[in-house]
Design a protein around this ligand. Structure first.
Ligand code: NDP
Length: 313
């Protein structure tokens, strides 16, 4: 166990957040962030307890949001740490609905999607960390929310617990026909989380001037970050439709909207307290469970925000 030096704290990890972006850190392919080197500590957001401090800003017993990665303990010089108040909300929410995934939903939907009352917003991975918040915020703004998720149980949760107007199972046949039924006026905002076959079903239903916050492409991560770089054959027809329908696709990384952090925390805390936004966590026990849980996340084995409980809270 390392001993903290002057200006350092020693952290004990309680929760490790598992997030799809980690797949990109395991590849040397071009990306917006450098890969984790072989033998490096796999990166990841964490909620941790300060167990020893030689830093004036942190005391033993403080809970903090850190980025200390897949490890049980870590030294920090305090840079990038944010105190988490356990009286305000359960500490795990700092990496979930009140953290990076919640902020991704809030900023991408409101800054790029700009849903208006009465419009139709579609989001896939709708029971997950980002998608669940997207649909609920869309409803708060007066739009219709249609989710897409893997399996009946997830779809029932999305409609009955989260209050989406409809949810379709992408594992069932005829997603395109069912989308047409569920979105009789077409799709005004498609919050893109997955790509692949879901995108192919959604694309023809996009209305002229639709907005598409391009957040993630989890269905294709193993292809994108693997060896297959062939241009998909449908790329040309999609480019033509983007032009003809004047679609507004915009890729984003949540850090682009860092200036909205205070607004996000204010609004989301409010919505949680009022019961307007609900969330669900999917927790596996022990650091050793992280690799299998991460592989499961890429296949839809998680039902809610994927966390690993590394130590007792
Ligand atoms: P989730 O909690 O939603 O978990 C991932 C889910 O993706 C799975 O549960 C599964 O849900 C779905 N999925 C996996 N493979 C497929 C597939 N082939 N087709 C359809 N759905 C699939 O993860 P997050 O909410 O953390 O992330 C959602 C997306 O947002 C990801 O693409 C991620 O990379 C992106 N993201 C982007 C950020 C940014 O800054 N741009 C920041 C944070 C996240 P189901 O069983 O319902 O299919």
């Amino acid at each position: 166990m390392p001993t903290p030096g002057e200006g350092q704290v020693l952290l004990r990890t309680i929760y490790l957040s598992l997030d799809p972006y980690m797949r990109g850190r395991m590849s040397e392919g071009p990306s917006y962030a450098a890969p984790v080197p072989v033998d490096g500590v796999m990166e990841g957001g964490t909620v941790a307890e300060v167990i020893a401090s030689h830093h004036p800003g942190f005391a033993k017993g403080d809970f903090v949001l850190a980025h200390s990665g897949w490890q049980s303990h870590a030294l920090s010089d305090g840079k990038g740490l944010r105190k988490v108040d356990p009286k305000r909300a359960p500490i795990s929410t700092a990496v979930g609905v009140l953290g990076m995934p919640g902020m991704t939903a809030y900023t991408g939907l409101l800054e790029i999607g700009k849903p208006k009352a009465g419009e139709t917003v579609v989001v896939a991975a709708a029971s997950g960390a980002v998608g669940s918040a997207v649909g609920q915020i869309a409803r708060i703004k007066g739009a219709r929310a249609v989710g897409i998720a893997g399996g009946r149980e997830k779809c029932d949760y999305v409609v009955n617990e989260l209050g989406f107007d409809a949810c379709l199972d992408h594992r069932e046949p005829d997603l395109a026909a069912k989308l047409k039924e569920a979105c009789p006026k077409g799709i005004d905002v498609y919050f893109e989380n997955v790509g692949g076959a879901v995108f192919e079903a959604v694309f023809p239903r996009l209305n002229p001037f639709a907005r598409i916050p391009l957040c993630g492409l989890i269905a294709d991560y193993n292809t994108i970050f693997g060896a297959d770089t062939a241009t998909p054959k449908w790329a040309n027809s999609i480019m033509r439709a983007i032009l003809v329908k004047r679609l507004n696709f915009r890729g984003f990384i949540v850090s682009d909207f860092a200036a909205m952090q205070a607004d996000f925390l204010h609004d989301m805390s409010h919505w949680l307290r009022e019961g307007k936004v609900k969330h669900r966590e999917f927790v596996t026990e022990g650091l050793a469970s992280a690799p299998a849980a991460f592989i499961g996340l890429l296949k839809g084995a998680n039902f809610g925000k994927q966390l690993v409980r590394v130590g007792p809270d």
